[in-house]
Design a protein. Sequence first.
Lengths: 255, 203
Amino acid sequence: MSVAKRIIPCLDVDKGRVVKGVNFLNIRDAGDPVEIAKRYDTEGADEITMLDITASHETRDTTYKTVESIASQVFIPLTVGGGVRKIEDIKKLLRSGADKVSINTSAVENPSFVKEAADKFGSQCIVVAVDAKAKTDKENSWEVVTYGGRNRTGKDVLEWTEQVAEYGAGEILLTSMDRDGTKEGFDNNLVSKVSSGISIPVIASGGVGNLDHLIDGVKIGGAEAVLAASIFHFSEFSIKEAKEAMKASGITVRF
Amino acid sequence: MTQIAVIDYGMGNLHSVSKALEAVSQKENIVITSDQEVIKASDKLVFPGVGAIKDCMEAFSIDLKETVLEEVKKKPTLAICVGMQMLLESSEENGGVEGLGLLNGKVCKIQSNKDIKVPHMGWNQVNYLKEHFLLKNIIDSSYFYFVHSYCCPSSKDALTETIHGEKFVSSFAKDNIFAVQFHPEKSQSAGLQLYKNFLNWSV
């Protein structure tokens, strides 16, 4: 047997509450992050990702407290992202109990930050989050975007993911901004292109609306892990149901 | 009261290791420490490690290294991830690093290909080669959480093995030393059971 494919529920946290919006708009309240993390752990989640979507200076302490509280009650890996700009931010999150830290905008603005972070803390805890948007003028081509898709960077996604892998990223969290919140499924063409270009694991994200989408992310996209938020938060499906569906389709999962 | 020292030499996710121990402890006192006197006064040791092996070795002051070596030789010890790798003979990471040589075996880079991703990150099965007290009440081939780019392909002290492309040693047992490549503190119920067994272990 080999390493199991992972299911990662994602908590988008705004001022200490879990929220989820369509394309980052229309935010709905889904509850207390610690309680939700505990529920996912019991249901068999393989990891938990928490994104601090406010990521403002004022609410930062709330984030550290939430991380600490989750980490002392949930014994599976915890990745935390949102507003990570300095080495000091990473150190504080790891000290609070995060196992991995996800870097997004600050990596794009200063690629050597990825290198510095991986050298200092080890590749195993550095996840680079890449938000991708399909280019309108060219097929099979995606551009890296930041600030929730509002800012186009001109960087090519495939080149960028190769570069950060070389700089020591341990994993890529790949979100299709075209699909995020749409419930139409992952952009598997994107996932497959990125995944086959690098040797580090890729987590597919953005667009999950049903359990078949999770299966497709692994089978068609070639993702090592699949991330979803709203289908789990509002109890449309449980993690257990998701794992059973994946197992039935022949994917190795952990029970 | 039994005292467990989680050795702090500046590397490793000590918070999660001690939280997991606290979650299963009944009466034990769990301390995170770099104080040599506290380490000497403790009954059991946990030796974590995360990141690059060279940094871990260098983070160790000479005095602390000597004390730890002496104490690890005689007290029930649980070594985790890079902590485990440091107890082996050597590692080819960072251009070659000498280990503490308490366990048999050498550490090599995991070979990646299209299907085998490196780091080996995620849940994988731990297959028993022998029985051991620390595996009590954990089913053979249970899943544990791994995250590493280097591994030990074979050892005389191997207790379990795991497959990621090739087979490698996922845990070692020798006298009072129990060492694991995976992270029991991140391996949910199976991992917590292992910590419970460690607390109940007498050598």
